[in-house]
Design a protein. Structure first.
Length: 195
C-alpha cells in the first residue's frame, strides 16, 4: 500500500481563507431603469485571502499549454421557509478585484472548469471566474453581489449558501444570514459529486 504524498507545488484548502459576509438594509434599488425607494437589499461579499498560491497551478504536464479558466465562486439563495415562495434577484455586482491594488481579476458568468464543482442550484450567471494569474501569495480577492426581493413588499430575509472552487482540486462552502460572516469549510469533492 502506498501513501499519497501531496504535491508541494499545489495549494491546498488550508492555504486560503474564504469568507462570506451578508449584510441587509433598505435603500434605493434600480432594476433595469426603474428605481424603487426604501426597498429591502441584501449585500453578499466573498473574500478569498491566499497565504500560499500554486507554484504550477495546472501541474508540470500543462505548464506549456494550460487549460483556460481558473477558480469559480457562486451563491444559492435559500428561502426563509419552504412555503415562502419568495425569490431574490441580482440587482448589481462588482467585478472581482484584488484588494491590494484594486486590479480587476475576473469576470461574472464563470465558464472555468471549476464551475462544475459548485453545488447544484447555483445559477451560472451569478458566478464569478477568477484568473489563475490573480491568485498570489498574500493577496485577497473580493467579489460582491447586491440583491433585492422580486416582490417590492417586505419579504423574509433568506440565507445564502456561498461556494468557492479552486481549479478542479477543492471546494469551500459556507452559509450566512443577515449580519453574519462565516469562514468557508472544505467539502470533499467525492461528497459533492455523489449528490
Amino acid at each position: 500500500m502506498f501513501a499519497v504524498v501531496p504535491d508541494p507545488t499545489q495549494a491546498r484548502a488550508a492555504d486560503v481563507d474564504v469568507r462570506w459576509t451578508m449584510t441587509c438594509d433598505r435603500g434605493d434599488v434600480d432594476a433595469g431603469g426603474t428605481v424603487t425607494h426604501d426597498r429591502q437589499r441584501l449585500h453578499l461579499v466573498l473574500e478569498a485571502a491566499w497565504r500560499r498560491a500554486d507554484l504550477l497551478p495546472f501541474g508540470l504536464m500543462n505548464r506549456e499549454n494550460p487549460p483556460v479558466g481558473g477558480d469559480s465562486a457562486g451563491y444559492q439563495v435559500q428561502p426563509a421557509s419552504e412555503l415562502s415562495g419568495e425569490s431574490w434577484f441580482l440587482v448589481t455586482n462588482e467585478d472581482p478585484v484584488d484588494t491590494l491594488d484594486g486590479a480587476v481579476v475576473g469576470w461574472y458568468g464563470a465558464t472555468a472548469p471549476s464551475e462544475g464543482l459548485l453545488p447544484p442550484g447555483i445559477i451560472g450567471g451569478y458566478t464569478v471566474a477568477i484568473e489563475p494569474s490573480a491568485i498570489r501569495d498574500g493577496h485577497t480577492i473580493r467579489a460582491s453581489w447586491l440583491m433585492a426581493p422580486s416582490d417590492p413588499q417586505d419579504a423574509e430575509w433568506p440565507r445564502i449558501r456561498g461556494a468557492y472552487a479552486h481549479l478542479d482540486r477543492f471546494l469551500l462552502v459556507a452559509t450566512v444570514g443577515c449580519g453574519e460572516s462565516a469562514q468557508a469549510v472544505e467539502v470533499p469533492i467525492w461528497a459533492r459529486l455523489a449528490r
